[in-house]
Design a protein around this ligand. Structure first.
Ligand code: NAP
Length: 330
């Protein structure tokens, strides 16, 4: 059998880096899209780039951008991927209120552009789209599943919902192998530092080490269904190994507040978060979604996928990693 070839957009991101590791372990040739930045933005895959047994042998990086369809078509032609994992795009919900046009171009239109490229291929390609629980906004029912109607509550959710529906249309209209992975929040030590869980884990570690004293946060009552990113990329891969394409919710089925996460993270370093957290109005979003908790039973039944790491353990993993990284001399 021919060696499987994967193309990952967003390989430099949290999920892309874990997915690249997973696919390399599975014997794939992995091609990743990287965009030009004024500083190198590849810290999450640096260990792979510096591994002479991997880089240039089973891992290849290509300059490009979601907004550059010509470059993307060229990469498709050169690489001829058997599986495409489309993870790239502006991924911060709060920021999508600040930069809605970029968000909609990257998250919505760029996905359409990739579907069009897929449609033009003369061989079968399997496509994973990184959809999000934010498509449900403030849903009428909880937990949500693959049938729950979309009702987004922010520009990011609107763009993801647009892309989800297009993926469904292209699957039906053109018979393409396209899967929406409707993922609920998933975190890790590689989460971007401007996401609330990582802000908290980093602050807990830095306060413990005496490098910082205060942490500014918005509404602590906001609730999310938080899982562990390395487990979620396994679900993405499993979707593309099924005989038929479909949509799947990836979630833990449990929701916790930011206050709960704070409490777990600070407990890990034996600190009381109440002595350090300051409320800051600017972190409160113009609209906040509520009641997002996913029902992963279809993924469990069909993919054999089940999340193992729960919120408190996740907070501990993140705090431990930040403590290690922040220690003087690390
Ligand atoms: P992330 O860490 O923010 O990574 C985003 C990736 O997209 C980065 O590699 C980034 O490149 C790349 N990117 C952004 N704009 C691009 C552009 N114009 N051209 C090319 N690449 C571009 O996000 P993540 O947490 O790994 O999430 C992966 C995907 O899943 C995203 O689409 C996100 O919206 C979705 N998702 C995530 C979660 C979650 O909880 N993590 C939940 C549901 C859905 P740079 O490194 O150069 O910035």
């Amino acid at each position: 059998m021919a060696q499987p070839v994967a193309f990952i957009t967003g390989i430099t991101g949290q999920d892309g880096s874990y997915l690249a590791e997973l696919l390399l372990r599975q014997g794939y040739l992995v091609h990743g899209l990287v965009r030009r930045a004024s500083m190198f933005n590849r810290s999450r895959i640096e260990h792979l780039r510096h591994d002479p047994a991997v880089y240039g042998k089973s891992l290849f990086l290509h300059y490009g951008d979601l907004q550059d369809a010509t470059a993307l078509r060229r990469i498709f032609r050169q690489v001829r991927p058997s599986e495409v994992y489309h993870l790239a795009g502006q991924s911060h919900v709060g920021l999508s209120f600040e930069i809605p046009e970029v968000t909609c171009h990257e998250v919505g239109n760029a996905t359409l552009g990739l579907l069009e490229i897929l449609r033009d291929q003369d061989y079968p390609v399997r496509f994973y789209h990184a959809a999000s629980s934010e498509i449900f906004g403030t849903p009428e029912s909880s937990p949500q599943n693959e049938e729950t109607p979309t009702r987004p509550g922010n520009p990011y959710g609107c763009a993801k919902a647009f892309a989800v529906h297009l993926c469904r249309v292209y699957r039906k209209a053109y018979g393409l192998f396209v899967c929406n992975g409707i993922a609920y929040n998933h975190e890790s030590p590689r989460r971007g530092e401007n996401f609330v869980t990582r802000k908290i884990s980093l602050a807990a570690a830095r306060i413990k080490l005496g490098l910082q004293d205060k942490l500014n946060l918005g509404d602590l009552d906001v609730r999310r269904d938080w899982g562990y990113a390395p487990e979620y990329v396994e679900g993405m891969w499993r979707m593309l190994q099924q005989p038929e394409p479909d949509d799947y919710v990836l979630a833990t089925g449990q929701s916790h507040s930011i206050r709960d996460f704070l409490s777990a993270a600070f407990a890990r370093v034996a600190l009381d978060w109440r002595s350090h957290v300051i409320f800051e109005e600017r972190f409160v979003r113009p609209t906040e979604v509520n009641g997002l908790v996913g029902d992963p039973s279809k993924a469990k039944a069909r993919l054999g996928w089940e999340p193992k790491t729960r919120m408190a353990e996740l907070a501990g993993i993140m705090v431990d990693a930040d403590l290690e990284a922040q220690r003087p001399g690390a």
